[in-house]
Design a protein around this ligand. Structure first.
Ligand code: SAM
Length: 251
């Protein structure tokens, strides 16, 4: 039987990697790296650095290219574009597991943050098993999510006493507005917090990396600054990953 490890590696700081993840990396024979291309090369580089630091030779690295995704698609085509991309990504991953891993060996996907937060790897693994062309056991190693990194860096609590938190995407925030008093927003390409002047925002970009930027305050006071800082950083680096916690201000 082949064995697969889905290892959460944290949100960008090599020290986010847990001891459980370190042991899992050391137990891996073949690392699967799905490359998004040049622009986000740094995200691949962190994985390669972690493998070099914690991998136990002899191990191999097997690479595949992440299929292109239609990022311009608007609803309802957006859902179909994501589904299509996921299906093609699943095929690429299936080929890696089928062709690059032998029975009795352990393979691993190193997943950004926590594999359970807005990441398609677990769904892809289930897709591959359902198709039945290759069989394996798999285990999930949790990681420090960008949500945990954000609240820790802002020295704030994710939850308020006895209150719910809603985790959502920038796209949904733009469509529906805040759906709870406390909302964490990820995958936001358009600063969708603009105009939410009755909220406080804890914003963080490139969390855990040397480029980390933190801004916090009422949206009415810091919203414009975040927009400028974000646009400048994105232009400079060619990509950005940011996350924020919106907290409704007491009336
Ligand atoms: C595809 S999701 C992956 C989330 C990841 N599984 C996690 O646990 O954080 C990508 C989104 O996560 C957030 N993100 C991931 N890493 C981040 C970081 N270092 N700094 C800020 N936001 C980050 C951003 O909202 C980004 O758009």
């Amino acid at each position: 039987m082949k064995r697969l490890l889905i290892i959460g590696i944290g949100a960008g700081d090599p020290d986010h990697v847990t001891l459980q993840a370190v042991k899992a990396i050391a137990a891996t024979d073949v690392f699967f790296v799905v490359d998004k291309g040049e622009v986000k090369h740094e995200l691949v580089q962190l994985r390669l650095d972690l493998i070099a630091e914690h991998g136990r030779p002899p191990y191999r690295i097997a690479e595949a290219r992440d299929p292109e995704r239609d990022r311009a698609a608007a609803p309802p085509a957006y859902a179909a574009a994501v589904e299509d991309w996921r299906a093609r990504r699943a095929l690429a991953c299936e080929a890696l597991v089928r062709d690059e891993l032998e029975d009795g060996q352990t393979g691993a996907f190193l997943v950004w943050g926590d594999p359970g937060v807005y990441d398609s790897t677990l769904a892809i693994v289930e897709d591959i098993l359902a198709r039945g062309n290759v069989t394996f056991d798999y285990e999930v190693i949790p990681g420090i999510s960008s949500v945990a990194a954000l609240t820790a860096r802002h020295r704030t609590s994710l939850t308020q006493v006895g209150r719910p938190v809603h985790l959502t995407t920038g796209r949904r925030l733009a469509e529906q507005g805040p759906t709870a008093d406390d909302v964490v927003v990820m995958l936001d390409a358009h600063t969708s917090f603009a105009g939410l002047d009755d909220h406080h925002i804890h914003w963080g970009a490139y969390l855990g990396t040397p480029d980390e930027i933190l801004v916090s305050g009422p949206v009415s006071e810091v919203g414009e600054r975040i927009r400028e800082v974000r646009a400048e950083a994105r232009a400079r680096k060619g990509w950005i990953m940011d996350t924020y916690l919106l907290r409704r201000l007491e009336p």
